[in-house]
Design a binder for this molecule. Structure first.
Ligand code: F6R
Length: 374
């Protein structure tokens, strides 16, 4: 049932090219760039009139929501708030009929996320869902669900469900942009074409980085703490990298926005601290290059204090290899699609470290696959 893999988690990490392909299939036209989501029970008029989106989710799904904020704001020019579902209803939120709620949940049964959806509905918002389980509770109360076709996930630490969520969010952001008229047909076609290349790029990442992550695990599996840094859409991926490591290896890890380090956490850096920096860029996108350059100077602040940097960078970036101890290269892609690729080495790093530490990666202590209590 593990198809020759030692753990479900490793099998599921390797299923990500298929999960992303199946979440895209039938929803995009590679001829016109058009997005089809017939499951939406919200009219184009309502999408046009929307004033904002509230995303509520937990854990890994919350991280995909944070990345989704960048996709939706950039493509559909609609402000997005991202809440922890467990916090949402306790802050007396102020949504209304022009606000759309979006629940992101792998299981569709998470109690906190159900409660956030009920609060949204009670306050007059319509809700949509991104869910990996057809017919789950949250999908039944939603006015449209984008099903992530990741297939059942057995490992408690979410991997393929996460990349499938990122894919669904990207498709939804494009759909919203087309409904609202904030994107040209040429841009749509460009993005859809790039999305269709992601599964093959994921295959390449899986082929090229596994041995390197296994090797890195040898040097870093005894670390007491880890930091993960990223800027912009890469910040939620830093959070996800830290969560993966925490939950399966029990090493304390934190994700931080790269630019926040100088406001406090720099005090933590010494020669024992591994710092994973996501420093990817889309060379064709000036705003991405600008963020990358800022991140490079943040990396220099870490290396100047003897922190041990593992950088995630795009192929052909040799500037960064001069600066840091280790670089993991991934294929280039438009900025909004890079998260799907860059999370894979973080998953593999957590996996190999946990295995070296003798942890039960598929069944971490104190955790359950589906959290049905608030
Ligand atoms: C971490 C993980 C959890 C879930 C969270 C929400 O690897 O899987 O953080 O993401 O419990 O679960 P769902 O997505 O089922 O609502």
């Amino acid at each position: 049932e593990k198809a020759g893999y030692k753990h479900f988690m490793l099998k599921e990490i390797n299923e990500q090219p298929r999960a992303v392909r199946d979440t895209t299939l039938g929803r995009v036209s590679l001829e016109t760039g058009e997005i089809f989501l017939p499951e939406m029970q919200i009219s184009q008029q309502e999408f046009k009139a929307a004033t904002g989106i509230t995303i509520a989710a937990c854990g890994t799904s919350w991280h995909s929501g944070l990345a989704g904020k960048f996709m939706i704001e950039r493509l559909a020019r609609l402000p997005v708030d991202v809440d922890y579902a467990s916090e949402y209803r306790y802050r007396d939120p102020i949504p209304d009929a022009t606000n759309l709620g979006l629940l992101i949940t792998q299981s569709g049964e998470t109690a906190d996320t159900i409660a956030a959806q009920q609060e949204l509905i009670r306050k007059g918002s319509k809700t949509l869902a991104i869910c990996n389980v057809v017919g789950a509770a949250i999908t039944r109360a939603a006015q449209g669900t984008i099903t992530t076709n990741a297939g059942p996930e057995i490992g408690v630490a979410s991997t393929k469900a996460f990349t499938a969520q990122l894919t669904a969010l990207f498709v939804f952001a494009l759909y919203l942009a087309q409904q609202r008229g904030t994107i040209t047909p040429e841009e749509s076609l460009h993005y859809v074409t790039e999305l269709s290349k992601i599964p093959a790029k994921l295959e390449e990442v899986l082929r090229t980085v596994d041995a390197q992550c296994c090797e890195l695990a040898k040097s870093f599996s005894t670390a007491r703490d880890f930091l993960f840094l990223g800027r912009g859409i890469h910040y939620p991926i830093a959070l996800e990298g830290a969560l993966k490591l925490k939950e399966i290896s029990y090493i304390h890890a934190e994700g931080y926005p790269a630019g926040e380090m100088k406001h406090g956490p720099n005090a933590l850096i010494d020669e024992t601290l591994p710092v994973v920096c996501i420093a990817t860029k889309d060379p064709a996108d000036p705003s991405s290059v600008l963020k990358y350059e800022k991140t490079l100077s943040n990396i220099q602040e870490v290396t100047a204090r003897s922190g041990r940097v593992i950088a995630i960078a795009v192929e052909g970036d040799h500037e960064i290899t001069q600066l840091v101890e280790h670089t993991i290269h991934i294929p280039a892609a438009p900025e909004l699609l890079l998260p799907i690729l860059e999370v894979v080495p973080l998953q593999l790093l957590a996996y190999h470290i946990a295995v070296r530490r003798g942890c039960d990666v598929d069944q971490p202590r104190n955790l359950a696959k589906s959290v049905t209590v608030e």
